[in-house]
Design a protein. Structure first.
Length: 267
């Protein structure tokens, strides 16, 4: 059976798109991200608006100011021109936090009990921003749509973000109800977000050693987690060990921030 001109053109365009979309993450890892940045931003903003409508938002100015202070310090360390990041605290006992493409950050009140200091909360939010900075949502969405190229092409060329089912989108972007910081990304994504988060928080003047204490708190909170080989998500013990090994390196960035008088006063 011969391939028509339209099919040939579509195949050529798809091949070129995949070739162009092969890139490197901020840590130098090869990745495939097919979704245009503008499209990812629209998806993130649409998901965030949906969440603000469906979940109770905290109005306490003290809590909001505390979280925004920490977030603002981290965002100042991001490269390039940044969107106006929107930060919301949700009234939810689940210890969860997330960042979405387009400049959106959500923190559950339950996370404020796990992250007991500004530095620990900076570790959480820095990690989440790291997922966005490394385009992990785009990478995961590309992987999921790879099993249905038609589904991908149809949604790619429509303007309405709502054309992708909301629940599928939220899972892909890393939002969910499971106990923990977020729904499991791959181990490579989690490790990469940890590294990027450590750098962000250290440059912003938050103590990188507090990232270890954060995950020790998380380990105490979520007893009974399956062993690491049963899940793509790193075990708490593995994560704590790796973070501990990195702290000395990033402490130099932290000390530089202190020497320059940039220790955040967010508490």
């Amino acid at each position: 059976m011969q391939t028509g001109p339209l099919k040939k053109t579509a195949l050529i365009l798809l091949t070129i798109t995949i070739f162009i979309a092969c890139s490197e993450s901020p840590t130098g890892r090869n990745q495939l991200t097919l979704i245009p940045d503008g499209r990812m931003a629209a998806l993130g903003e649409n998901a965030f608006e949906e969440m603000k409508q469906s979940r109770p938002v905290v109005t306490d100015s003290r809590i909001n100011g505390y979280v925004k202070c920490i977030t603002d310090k981290l965002i100042k360390q991001l490269p390039g021109k940044q969107p106006d990041w929107e930060v919301k605290v949700f009234q939810n006992a689940t210890p969860n936090a997330f960042a979405l493409p387009g400049g959106n950050i959500g923190v559950n009140t339950g996370m404020l009990k796990i992250a007991q200091t500004p530095d620990q909360l900076a570790a959480v939010i820095g990690h989440e921003i790291g997922h966005v900075l490394a385009d992990h949502g785009n990478e995961r969405l590309t992987q999921q749509l790879g099993v249905g190229v038609v589904f991908f092409l149809v949604n790619l060329f429509f303007d309405e973000p709502g054309s992708i089912e909301q629940e599928v989108l939220l899972r892909t972007l890393g939002i969910g109800t499971r106990v923990g910081v977020l729904l499991p990304f791959s181990r490579a994504h989690e490790r990469e977000a940890d590294i990027l988060g450590l750098e962000l928080m250290s440059r912003a003047g938050f103590d990188p050693a507090e990232s270890v204490r954060l995950w020790q708190n998380m380990a105490e909170r979520s007893q009974g987690q399956p062993m690491e080989f049963l899940s793509t998500h790193p075990s708490h013990e593995s994560r704590i060990e790796k973070l501990s090994q990195e702290v000395d390196y990033y402490r130099k960035l932290y000390q530089k921030a202190l020497d320059e008088g940039r220790k955040p006063q967010c508490g």
